[in-house]
Unconditional design. Structure first.
Length: 213
């Protein structure tokens, strides 16, 4: 994690990619799409940094240039690694441990699931963010090892939000590529926004304060 300390003694940091959770990804890519106008690039970047680090924008503006560049470059690298991870192929595990519980990971979504899981997934019609769709799908599809699906995915939403994005991306990509049913459900929940937000944020993000001139 890249951290800086303000003159008031407060410490703020940008998480490395391998520290990012789905909850972090939701916060990083929340809000409206970046304005393509280059004059708005710094404004977009400051809002992104403030949301991720918790540092007020007024304090970001008072940073020394080298400290500001350090944070901007760190957030850019973290986002770039996250975007690349979406295209990486990884072997799907048969089990996954999170929050002290080991879950069975379905290898065949038609053979290893029950109808109630898909009904509960489809019922989440108010989801409006890519991360929330991943969280919901994982809460529905990952069942504690040796147990039957309990019909209560809401009870697992919070813990699934703590899954590292690199693992969540890999599982979601496997499910998306291997199951027409999964593709249909995710597309109905959240169409073009799934890829457009993180992609355009990555394109709009400068690598330093000087890049915004």
């Amino acid at each position: 994690m890249v951290t800086i300390e303000t003159s008031e003694g407060h410490t703020y940091g940008v998480k490395d990619f391998d520290e990012l959770t789905l909850a972090d990804w939701r916060d990083l890519t929340a809000g409206s799409l970046p304005d393509p106008d280059e004059s708005k690039a710094l404004e977009n970047t400051l809002a992104l940094l403030s949301r991720h680090t918790g540092m007020p924008i007024a304090d970001l503006r008072r940073l020394r240039p080298e400290s500001a560049d350090l944070l901007i470059e760190a957030i850019g690298e973290t986002l770039a690694l996250a975007l690349r991870a979406k295209d990486e192929e990884r072997e799907l595990p048969t089990t996954y441990t999170l929050g002290g519980i080991t879950y069975a990971v379905p290898q065949n979504l038609e053979a290893d699931t029950v109808a109630g899981q898909w009904w509960d997934f489809k019922a989440a019609h108010t989801l409006e963010h890519e991360a929330d769709i991943m969280i919901r799908s994982l809460a529905v599809l990952l069942v504690p090892e040796g147990e039957e699906y309990d019909g209560n995915p809401d009870a697992r939403m919070e813990v699934m939000a703590t899954m590292p994005v690199q693992d969540a991306f890999a599982m979601s990509a496997f499910f998306f590529e291997s199951s027409e049913r999964y593709r249909t459900h995710t597309s109905q929940l959240f169409q073009a926004y799934i890829t457009s937000v993180p992609h355009r944020i990555g394109l709009a993000l400068p690598t330093s304060v000087t890049d915004t001139k």
